[in-house]
Design a protein around this ligand. Structure first.
Ligand code: FMN
Length: 149
């Protein structure tokens, strides 16, 4: 089933006056807004499958702290990435504004207390992933040596 989402989340000149457009007729995206809308469309079309991973912690769990429940959703994302890549797919973990937008959360069926941990874009690789500068591991690693303490 094809699902069409109308997304109105981009810049127009009216909001720059400090007012919200709402249902006001005649308010249109400006050049920046059109570029933002275009970028979102391209981003959501970059892979044939996007898996939204939702953190749905149990409130006041007697044993598992909230933080650990939230971290486990991140672990799901990483495991899915590894599984997809192990099967020869390209996969990337992304968030973006819609991961934090209450309206997007409502559209996508999230309930109270639930949050997106990430959107995993999965597809057939078309090019090798681009590399980037990596941190100096020695500079960000602390070693604990019991002999010195
Ligand atoms: C929680 C999370 C959210 C991310 N969101 C974005 C994003 O919105 N845009 C983006 O370009 N990269 C985002 N990334 C990074 C990409 O997934 C990145 O390409 C990927 O982590 C590659 O890892 P590396 O370059 O660290 O090896 C995100 C990563 C994580 C873990």
């Amino acid at each position: 089933m094809t699902q069409i989402l109308l997304v109105r989340h981009a810049v127009n000149d009216f909001v720059k006056t400090g007012k919200l457009a709402g249902w006001t007729p005649g308010v249109h995206l400006n050049d920046d807004g059109r570029a933002q809308a275009e970028a979102l469309g391209l981003r959501l079309a970059d892979a044939p499958l996007i898996v939204a991973v939702v953190s749905a912690p149990v409130a006041d769990h007697p044993k598992i702290p909230l933080w650990e429940q939230q971290l486990s959703a991140g672990a799901v994302c990483l495991n899915l990435l590894h599984a997809a890549q192990a099967h020869g797919f390209a996969a990337q973990w992304l968030t973006g504004w819609y991961a934090y937008d209450p309206q997007a959360a409502r559209w996508l069926g999230l309930r109270g207390g639930e949050r997106f941990a990430g959107f995993l874009h999965i597809g057939t690789p078309k090019m090798p992933p681009t590399e980037r500068e990596r941190p100096d591991l020695e500079a960000i690693t602390t070693r604990w040596n019991p002999e010195q303490d």
